[in-house]
Design a protein around this ligand. Structure first.
Ligand SMILES: [Zn+2]
Length: 238
């Protein structure tokens, strides 16, 4: 039996609050003002278009925080709680388009409620945390179910492809160039190998097939990007 959206969103929000409080206490929350502003600007550009895919998501209590961590990771928990790790931006030297690509992909998982789809009450209560504990140094055993909600379970290939496609359209609509989406995955692959490979890859296998499928979809969303881009330019000129 599936957990209700309300219950999963509430638990994710609780976990996000806890993660945020832990990071603040350790002075690892939004430490770089310029980076925080940049990530929030890109995130808010994307969030402005979520209604296309899920009308009620416009009313979610969206939050975006940047966590100082060497880990190459990012997430959007159910209900719109977004975390971006400094490691993913700094180590992979992400451009704005690539940040939009990873955030768009993660937002797509939340919009499609993939966590909820995967999660029965039983797995919810027995989940062992990893992602969050690495970021905050809080050991997994100490974290409650709320925090565990933020952990990204490995998604099925179908969920990954769906999120890639929705994420691509989201970034195009927000005026970020979808042609640059797949370079995120190329950088991710280059950074893999060795014990310090991207944590993100453990739940998001990247490979040539993924990149080819993503790139094949780019022409379909280019008109959306061009329209958004023209509008952006127009706004700037006015
Ligand atoms: Zn994914």
């Amino acid at each position: 039996m599936l957990v209700s959206s309300e219950s999963i969103n509430a638990q994710a929000a609780k976990g996000f609050q806890q993660l945020t409080a832990d990071a603040r206490a350790k002075k690892k929350l939004n430490t770089n003002a310029a980076l925080t502003q940049r990530v929030r600007r890109i995130g808010n550009d994307l969030i402005a278009h979520v209604g296309v895919f899920r009308p009620e998501a416009r009313n979610w209590a969206w939050e975006i925080n940047v966590f100082e961590s060497d880990e190459i990771n990012a997430f959007c928990a159910p209900g719109g709680k977004i975390g971006v790790y400094t490691g993913i931006v700094n180590k992979l030297q992400l451009t704005d388009d690539e940040i939009a690509s990873v955030m768009g992909h993660e937002i797509a998982h939340a919009l499609r409620e993939h966590s909820r789809e995967q999660m029965s009450q039983k797995t919810l209560s027995s989940l062992i945390t990893s992602t969050v504990s690495v970021a905050t140094g809080v050991s997994g055993e100490l974290m409650d179910v709320g925090s565990q909600m933020l952990v990204h379970l490995p998604n099925s290939r179908a969920m990954e492809l769906e999120s890639d496609i929705i994420g691509l359209e989201l970034m195009a609509r927000a005026g970020y160039n979808p042609r640059n989406a797949s370079s995120l995955w190329k950088k991710m692959m280059q950074a893999s190998g060795g014990k310090n490979g991207p944590a993100f890859l453990s739940t998001h296998p990247a490979g040539n097939q993924r990149i080819a499928e993503l790139d094949a979809y780019v022409p379909k969303v280019m008109p959306l990007y061009e329209a958004a881009h023209a509008q952006k330019r127009g706004t700037r000129q006015r």
